[in-house]
Design a protein around this ligand. Structure first.
Ligand code: SAM
Length: 280
């Protein structure tokens, strides 16, 4: 199968009179080797139903189609969503393996089939909310690889203690084991963004609690990192009424109240939620 390179991307863009939108994070991959590498890193198998967010002009889509059973591609830009099946029919023998959904990925709550793997070059401005939304809504996704801004990748994969560790790291850890799996140069995009990118790999693991617990834990995380230099007893004082009430909850959970949120793994936040009252 032919994958899309710089010449084909240029041709498609000219045909569509496409002016890449910055707000939609439209930076298209023009190096087919990178697409092949992403699909290989994700370990896509011939029985996988792959979810792709933001297929754009189809560079990565074609590389996934070559390996997966099916691809469900969710694209917000209607011009791109309309063009994609045409491009795929031109370059791939089984265009019926692709379903394109013209929608905002953040609003997707159901899909025509249960995806098993996520592979995407995510739109940079919404990469974290999109990833968390998909992990929440589609439990059938067992693993995936997403390309995101290098700085965001470092935050998603961070472990407690460092300055990168924060809300994205802990919330992602609720759902999955997350790690950096590669670096991508800015020169493989058109237009070239002014930051480098990284590949983030994840493998789902059993969640530490049910949905009610998750909501509670995520509220505690949001508060703990709202002013990240604050000790937990003070950061959680708004949530539990006072700093002494927060201190009591933390002690009951076996967590030192003078620690900062950045010192706790997801399990620490779960311990707090387990003894804390429900807040609505
Ligand atoms: N996958 C293509 C590639 O690698 O060349 C394009 C990736 S580009 C970084 C991001 C794509 O996501 C664009 O096609 C953009 O239109 C689309 N997009 C932006 N926001 C979106 C959203 N909320 N839901 C779905 N697609 C979105």
């Amino acid at each position: 199968m032919t994958l899309l390179g710089a010449a084909q991307i240029r041709e498609l863009a000219a045909q569509l009179d496409l002016k890449p939108s910055k707000s939609l994070g439209q930076n298209f991959v023009i190096d087919s080797n990178v697409c092949t590498k992403i699909v290989r890193t994700a370990g896509v198998q011939s029985d996988d139903i792959c979810l792709e967010i933001g297929p754009g002009l189809g560079s990565l889509t074609l590389a996934i189609l070559e390996n997966a059973k099916e691809v469900i591609a969710v694209e917000i830009d209607s011009r791109l969503a309309q063009q994609l099946p045409i491009t795929v029919a031109q370059y791939f023998d089984h265009p019926e393996n692709l379903t394109v959904i013209n929608q905002d990925a953040l609003k997707i709550n159901e899909l025509p089939a249960a995806p098993t793997v996520l592979v995407a070059n995510l739109p940079y401005n919404v990469s974290v909310p999109v990833l968390l939304h998909l992990l929440e809504k589609f439990p059938s996704i067992r693993s995936g690889v997403v390309m995101v801004q290098a700085e965001v990748a470092d935050r998603l994969a961070a472990k407690p203690g460092g300055k990168e560790y924060g809300i994205p790291s802990v919330k992602a850890a609720w759902w999955a084991e997350v790690k950096n799996v590669g670096t991508v140069s800015r020169s493989i995009f058109w237009p070239a963004p002014n930051v480098d990118s990284k590949l983030v790999g994840f493998t789902r693991r059993p969640t530490p609690g049910n949905e009610e617990m998750r909501v509670k834990v995520f509220t505690i995380i949001d508060n703990a990192f709202a002013q990240r230099r604050k000790m937990l007893r003070s950061a959680l004082s708004g949530l539990y009424g006072s700093s002494s009430a927060a201190e009591q909850i933390l002690m009951k959970a076996g967590i030192d109240p003078t620690l900062r949120g950045e010192a706790l793994e997801i399990q620490g936040f779960c311990k707090i939620a387990a003894v804390a009252p429900d807040i609505f």
